[in-house]
Design a protein around this ligand. Structure first.
Ligand code: AQP
Length: 325
């Protein structure tokens, strides 16, 4: 059975981009020997408040369980609870080149040219490669924005195997056909994101129904007035059609033919999202009442993850010539 692995930053509440682009797939693939991880170490690449990080990490884990991950079926854990991630990351940093890391989009956008930027902002894609390769992962369900990171993980696995002998499985990205890049409702030229754009452009899985309806009603469209699926020319309307497609399972081009007004389309998108997210929101509320239960789930998950990580790390250590412990 192909091993599945994916991770998410400890952002706190998940937005519909996270859910439709990634986490809904995770719930569908969790029966295939799957590990899912809150990548709390990645959060340290930017300025954080420690208390805030602790809270957001648990809230993210709660969001994952509420989105359908069953901790009795898959392995759910925190990256920092499995120290093998950071050790493998070092071995892979010694495989990666400065040039390829400098060219990564995130670094170019957030850090290039600034002397004070944290060194980890340059190297975190290697930690991400370690997250994946540590578990002999075959499939990585992610949104479209993660393709470049996946390419790096593949390149490093291939290079390491070529240099030191077969050590790592070369993973493949699994990107959903619809919902792989949910766009910001206010700035439909950029993806929905927790750190960029206004709150009005982003729908959280915990937003109450009236908030979801308000955000969709105020979504930016265009002045043409015709409902058509054309992401290049009509990004706002096309994003709404994609959201409806992700909710209904139909194709956005087919859905477009049913609407003559933007307001009718917006009403159906809002109703669809409210219905989709209502059970998730209820489950988040329930789980938030018992943080002890979530901590116990994560502890059990880390123990399972470590048992799988250790042999891969030992193989990599031996391959590069480190003396066995
Ligand atoms: N807008 C999106 N559409 C589809 N998929 C998305 N993902 C993120 N945004 C979208 C997918 O969600 C998974 C987790 O991503 P992450 O770890 O980057 O989580 P995040 O920090 O909450 O995501 P943001 O908001 O996108 O982060 P920033 O603010 O850093 O830009 C991944 O599989 C990702 O593809």
């Amino acid at each position: 059975m192909p091993r599945v692995f994916s991770g998410i930053q400890p952002s706190g509440s998940l937005h519909v981009g996270n859910y439709l682009g990634a986490v809904r797939q995770w719930a569908r693939t969790q029966h295939q020997d799957a590990l899912y991880c809150v990548v709390d170490l990645h959060a340290l690449t930017l300025d954080i408040d420690p208390a805030d990080l602790r809270r957001r990490t648990i809230d993210t884990a709660i969001g994952l369980i509420a989105s359908g991950l069953d901790p009795d079926v898959c392995t759910l854990f925190l990256q920092s609870h499995v120290p093998e991630h950071t050790e493998l990351s070092w071995l892979l940093e010694c495989t990666a080149s400065y040039g390829e890391l400098r060219r990564m989009t995130q670094f170019k956008e957030k850090g290039a040219g600034q002397e004070s930027v944290r060194a980890s902002l340059l190297t975190y894609p290697v930690l991400m490669a370690a997250d994946i390769l540590l578990y002999d992962t075959s499939l990585v369900p992610v949104g479209d924005d993660q393709r470049q990171h996946l390419e790096l993980a593949r390149d490093l696995a291939i290079r390491f195997n070529g240099r030191y002998g077969e050590t790592f499985v070369v993973p493949e990205a699994q990107v959903p056909a619809v919902g792989s890049r949910v766009m910001d409702l206010q700035e439909p030229g950029r993806k929905m994101s927790k750190s960029a754009g206004s709150d009005l452009g982003r729908i959280s899985i915990t937003d109450p129904p009236e908030e979801i309806s308000r955000k969709v009603r105020r979504a930016v469209t265009d002045t043409e007035g015709t409902v058509r699926y054309d992401p290049a020319d009509k990004p706002g309307v096309s994003n709404l059609l994609e959201l409806l497609a992700a909710v209904s399972g139909e194709r956005p081009e087919v859905l477009a033919r049913r609407y003559t007004t933007y307001s009718a389309l917006k009403k159906d998108v809002a109703d669809g999202l409210v219905e989709l997210l209502a059970p998730l929101r209820a489950r988040v509320r329930e789980l938030s009442r018992d943080p002890g239960e979530v901590a116990a789930i994560l502890e059990k998950g880390a123990a399972r993850a470590r048992a799988l990580a250790e042999p891969t790390l030992s193989r990599a250590r031996a391959a590069v010539g480190l003396t066995p412990r």
